[in-house]
Design a protein around this ligand. Structure first.
Ligand SMILES: Cc1cc2nc3c(=O)[nH]c(=O)nc-3n(C[C@H](O)[C@H](O)[C@H](O)COP(=O)(O)OP(=O)(O)OC[C@H]3O[C@@H](n4cnc5c(N)ncnc54)[C@H](O)[C@@H]3O)c2cc1C
Length: 296
């Protein structure tokens, strides 16, 4: 996957009456997409006015799990240091430690819940043995290419149960003896036979191999020449609605339709200059995750 930049956090919001009338901003036009359905509805503007004004109701709690912590008095050297306890770092730590390799994983907040809403192809998650960590699956996906063309993909899609996945990886890591350290790495140095890291709490650790799993914003990667990584911006909400137009057995991977912008010249022109697409996960007839995306 190319580098990702998602400026707005994927807020898990709940609003009993979201704004489904023509959106106030070209960045978020959630449901009124001229859906090819009988009950094309128009719901009144909510008391919130705009989705962009919504704030998360609560911050995610850290997971309730006790990991083995690194003891600074223990001067032992690790085989592998993993920087970052996101999905990539934890999975790597779990897999490598399962082969008897001594691993330490560092993150400023190793037990915090991951903030993003992750979707995956079910067959890919099954091949990783992680199918128990999906909290919802759809047998098909669809892409609305434009107002007249729709592509159906006969491939199941799932939403990752973030808590289940995090707990599974943490408990496998703990069982395999991975040590965790709550700190931010600020320097990595490589010598001929070993590498070392320095953390913001003053801890220094050495290992044969250091793996940077600190996400797209990594400050540890140096490039020979300037690179254009591309980016993606998304704004997502979990919306409680009276009705929505999506089929419950299909996940909407991309909806590029723009007829919901009506004949408003400014919105249509700006959308064709910088088109955005909607990603929608219909959970039931009253609950849907909606995320508007812009990728370049
Ligand atoms: C809103 C949103 C939705 C997304 N949806 C999907 C999706 O549906 N499917 C998909 O495949 N991908 C999706 N992505 C992309 C997603 O970000 C990545 O797939 C995934 O998070 C990458 O995991 P990671 O472990 O590499 O990095 P991250 O999840 O970014 O984790 C990096 C970890 O490293 C830690 N860290 C950073 N710097 C340091 C440091 N200096 N020292 C120690 N620790 C550090 C951070 O605290 C963090 O815990 C989405 C992203 C966003 C923002």
């Amino acid at each position: 996957m190319a580098s990702f930049l998602r400026l707005s956090p994927p807020t898990l919001l709940s609003t009993s009456r979201p704004c489904l009338s023509p959106a106030k901003t070209p960045f978020f036009h959630p449901v009124d997409r001229n859906p090819p359905r009988k009950h094309h509805q128009r719901v009144q503007i909510s008391k919130f006015g705009s989705f962009l004004d919504l704030e998360p109701k609560s911050k995610p709690e850290p997971v309730d799990f006790d990991v083995p912590w690194f003891d600074p008095a223990d001067r032992r050297r690790f085989d592998v240091i993993v920087i970052g306890a996101g999905p990539a770092g934890l999975r790597l730590a779990e897999q490598v430690s399962g082969r008897g390799i001594k691993v330490c994983c560092l993150d400023p907040s190793p037990l915090s819940m991951w903030p993003n809403n992750y979707g995956v192809w079910v067959d890919e998650f099954e091949s990783l043995g992680l199918e128990d960590c999906l909290d919802k699956t759809w047998p098909m996906t669809c892409v609305y290419i434009n107002d007249t063309k729709t592509k159906y993909l006969d491939r199941a899609y799932g939403r990752v149960g973030r808590k289940e996945l995090k707990l599974k990886l943490l408990s496998d890591c703990a069982a395999n003896g991975v040590k965790f350290h709550k700190s931010k790495v600020w320097k990595v140095e490589h010598e001929e036979f070993e590498s070392s890291i320095a953390c913001d709490d003053g801890t220094e650790l050495k290992a044969s191999l250091i793996v940077d799993a600190s996400g797209f914003r990594s400050s540890f990667i140096e490039y020979d020449k300037p690179r254009n990584h591309g980016y993606q911006i998304a704004h997502g909400i979990l919306a409680e609605v009276d009705q929505h137009p999506f089929d419950l057995d299909k996940m909407v991977l991309m909806d590029w339709r723009d007829s919901h912008l009506g004949n408003e010249p400014y919105l249509r022109a700006s959308n064709s200059r910088l088109p955005t697409f909607l990603y929608a996960m219909p959970f039931d007839s009253n609950l849907v995750f909606l995320e508007e995306n812009l990728s370049r």
